[in-house]
Design a protein around this ligand. Structure first.
Ligand code: SAM
Length: 201
């Protein structure tokens, strides 16, 4: 099957992702680590593992299926996954069309992803489908802002941001609700732009 536009875009970005994202990665690490510490003993889906920089923040001995649309991102993540003290299965997949049966996972984790997935509500509905009833979605995301002047600044920046990577104007909290989830936790990490979201099926 031909590679999608999204796959090609992220394959291309994979070659400079570590360089372009390094500072953000270090800055948000404490919040991501706290969120990942909530990984339980059940079946875990990690959406958009990228080049695997977050693997070292995962608690040990978890059973994780980690997916990404980009084979090049996944190939960079492979060595880190192999060194994880637990189980990480890497798979190439589009969040909008998951090949898992409904009700497969106890928890889904994702970080800095729904700024990037086209048709975000479609992707979130797929996460909803593959979670068991009562299953948990935990997200670390950057979004648009509801406040002046950040809302306007992000709108101006968005066309360039989308060319080199993610969208910076998404309303991911509204998208999570639109996909059918009940939001049970929302914590602003930086203004109302960087946040953690917890939601239940
Ligand atoms: C900003 S990066 C975040 C990667 C990683 N979580 C991190 O923070 O370093 C976004 C990731 O989403 C992946 N991605 C984009 N659209 C996707 C989709 N439709 N399905 C699965 N992965 C997707 C990209 O390949 C990329 O690895």
């Amino acid at each position: 099957m031909a590679a999608s536009v999204t796959q090609k875009k992220w394959d291309r970005i994979s070659s400079f992702y570590k360089w372009s994202n390094g500072a953000a990665e270090r800055r948000w690490e404490p919040w991501k680590k706290e969120m990942f510490s909530r990984m339980g003993d059940g079946n875990i889906l990690f959406l958009a593992i990228g080049i695997g920089e977050e693997i070292r923040l995962f608690p040990e001995n978890r059973r994780i299926t980690a997916i990404d649309i980009s084979p090049r991102m996944l190939s960079k993540a492979a060595a880190k996954a192999a060194h994880y003290n637990g189980s990480i299965r890497l798979m190439q997949m589009d969040a909008r069309n998951l090949s898992f049966p409904s009700g497969t996972f106890n928890q889904v984790f994702t970080a800095c992803t729904f700024c990037s997935v086209p048709e975000p509500v479609k992707g979130l509905k797929e996460l909803y489908r593959v979670l068991k009833p009562g299953g948990e979605l935990l997200m670390f995301e950057h979004t648009g802002s509801k406040h002046f002047p950040f809302r306007e600044m992000l709108r101006i920046m968005n066309p360039i941001a989308e060319m080199i990577g993610p969208s910076v104007t998404r309303d991911t909290v509204a998208n999570v609700s639109a996909a059918g989830f009940s939001i049970i936790g929302l914590h602003n990490v930086y203004l109302d732009i960087v946040k953690t979201i917890s939601a239940l099926k």
